[in-house]
Structure formats: C-alpha cells, structure tokens
Design a protein around this ligand. Structure first.
Ligand code: ADE
Ligand code: ZN
Length: 328
C-alpha cells in the first residue's frame, strides 16, 4: 500500500538538505561555480560517510547565495513535501549559510523564506515553521551569531532553535550561551544528539542545556533503559529519521532500527526525512518501510502524527487546526 495521501507532520527537515541535486546543479551552472565532484554518475549526491556527507552538504549549500535562491528552494521543498501528504513541517534554517551569520543579512533571507511559506499555506495547504540552527562543528563562538539571529527573528514563523552538525565536537554545555539566548527570546529548543554519540550524549544534552524539549535523532537511547525511562517520563520527543540513519550507516538495515523499541518503551517518537534527496527518501518511503518492516498501520501513523503535533513548535491555533486536518 502507498501511504502517500495520508496527511503527515514532519518536524526534522534541513532546508538545504532537502535541495534536489538538479536544483543545486543548475544554480552552480548559472553562477559558474565549480562545486567539485559532489555528484555521482547518476547525478545524485555522492559521499562515503558522515564526514564526507557534511562536506558535500556544505559544498551544495555554497551555491545558495541570495535570498531569492532560498525563496526558490523553499518553494521546491514545500511542493515536494505537499506531494507526499505533509500538511505541517518544521525546517532547520542556518544563518551561517544564509547571509554568513550577519544578522542584517539574515533578516532578508528569513523574510524571503517566510513569504514563500505564507503563499504555500494558501496554495499548497502546507504550514511551515522555521527552527534556527547553529552548527556544532563550527564551534561555540560561531554558534552565537545564529542564536542572535534567532532571538531577533523569533515570532510567528521562527519558533525554535537547535543545533545540527558533527555531534562528536565539544560538549553540549559549550553551546549553552547560544541556547540560553534563544530560550530567553521565547524560542522552543531541540538539539541533534544520539545519532553518532551514545546515550551519554543524549543525557549530557538534557543535563547541560536548559529547556530542551526534543532531541534530533536520539536513537542511541535504545541502549540505555534508564535513559528511555527518563525520556518517556519527561515527555522528551525524539525526531527519528530512520531512512537517514540507514543511508548514513548508523544502523546497517531497517530491521535493526530501534524506532519500534523506543516506541514500546513509551517514548514519543516522530518520523522525518532529515535530508531527503541525500538519503533517497521521502515521507511516503519512510511510511512504506515502517509498514513493511514493523507492520505499522493507519492507526500507528495517525498516533505518530498526533504525537508530532503535540511536540510541534507552533502556536495553539495552528496545532488545533492541523490536528483537525490530521483526524479528518
Ligand atoms: N545536518 C544535516 N543533516 C544532519 C544530520 N543527519 N546530522 C547532523 N547534522 C546534520
Ligand atoms: Zn538533522
């Protein structure tokens, strides 16, 4: 069965990571930029491991140099999301890539993205919210500018702050200034952890950063019963991206993915694509695999989407409206 039409909510989607390779190739050609050998012979993104994935990601992002580029990208991404039944999405936005961390430049990028999001709400029936991210491997000093951008633009569209990038760099607490700044501006918080790090990284993230409500990935928690109990008890939602985990080699195959175990332990899990074209996935494919491998049915997916909306970084009116549409 195809799950394409089922209405869905997606909480973990990097905007640049959702850029189709042909979109990036055509921008590179138009701007006469050589982004090197980031594509394979079929034209897909080519990387051997996570470190190379990050390099390819950053090379692809380097051709997105104007607010108009981001506006066009946002439209393309929202059209793809809507095609796969997504009616509510949150996307990670990185001021390090949009405007080089300059707050004034960021405003222009943010305004361009928000304008496209507003149009898509009307003509595609999809609501988009933005979560600003700092990039962990750029270091704690560089995390301050995105946090200031986040604090400045917190509002109806920018509703959250988080951290992506290489989890092996530094400690979560090194980034506390950035998270404090965003939290004090009223933003909701999420952080990538437990994708490459172990359960101790998930624990350290919750212990060292105040107010974290969701964990990006967090799948390593399945090794640790006490941590799973804590996540379930404290209502920390995991933004699980199974297809991403398989493509990057966090788990060797779908059958070994712990999403079912995490769910059985009472943890609120959600399902997202992370960087769909990099991982040859879509929300439909994620659902098809969960059905095929774990036997998830319509009731499971409806509950999954309701859990996603309970953890969504949006206003109450939007939450109610999307929940109604999910139940229809
Ligand atoms: N940025 C984009 N995708 C990512 C991932 N899977 N992990 C960490 N940072 C990322
Ligand atoms: Zn991610």
């Amino acid at each position: 069965m195809s799950w394409k039409e089922l209405p869905k909510a997606e909480l973990h989607l990097h905007l640049e990571g959702a850029a189709p390779p042909e979109f990036i190739r055509s921008l590179a050609k138009q701007k006469k930029v050589d982004i090197g050998r980031i594509f394979d012979e079929r034209g897909n993104y080519a990387y051997a491991d996570f470190a190379e994935f990050l390099k390819v990601y950053e090379a692809a992002t380097s051709v997105l140099t104007t607010p108009e580029d981001y506006a066009r990208l946002t439209r393309v991404v929202l059209e793809q999301c809507a095609e796969h039944g997504v009616i509510y999405a949150e996307t990670f936005l990185s001021p390090d890539f949009c405007g080089g961390g300059d707050v004034k430049a960021w405003w222009e990028y943010c305004a361009a993205i928000a304008e496209v999001a507003e149009e898509a709400e009307t003509d595609l029936g999809i609501t988009l919210k933005g979560i600003i991210t700092c990039i962990r491997h750029f270091g704690p000093e560089k995390a301050k500018a995105p946090a200031l951008c986040a604090a400045e633009s917190a509002g109806d569209f920018i509703t959250g702050f988080g951290m992506a990038g290489a989890e092996t760099v530094g400690k979560p607490g090194d980034y506390a200034w950035a998270f404090d700044c965003a939290r004090e501006a009223g933003l909701r918080l999420t952080c990538h952890a437990g994708e490459w790090g172990g359960p101790e990284m998930v624990r350290a993230t919750l212990d060292q950063l105040e107010g974290i409500e969701r964990i990006g990935h967090g799948v390593a928690a399945y090794h640790d019963g006490a941590l799973m109990e804590r996540l379930a008890r404290d209502g920390v939602t995991l933004e699980v991206c199974p297809g991403s985990n398989i493509a990057l080699g966090v788990f060797s195959q779908w059958e070994n993915h712990p999403i079912e175990k995490l769910r059985e332990n009472g943890i609120a899990v959600t399902v997202s694509t992370d960087d769909p074209p990099f991982f040859h996935t879509t929300m439909t494919r994620e659902y098809e695999k969960l059905d095929e491998v774990f036997g998830w049915d319509e009731g499971d997916f409806r509950a999954l989407n309701e859990d996603a909306m309970a953890a969504a970084f949006c206003d109450e009116a939007t939450r109610e409206d999307i929940l109604k549409r999910l139940k229809a």
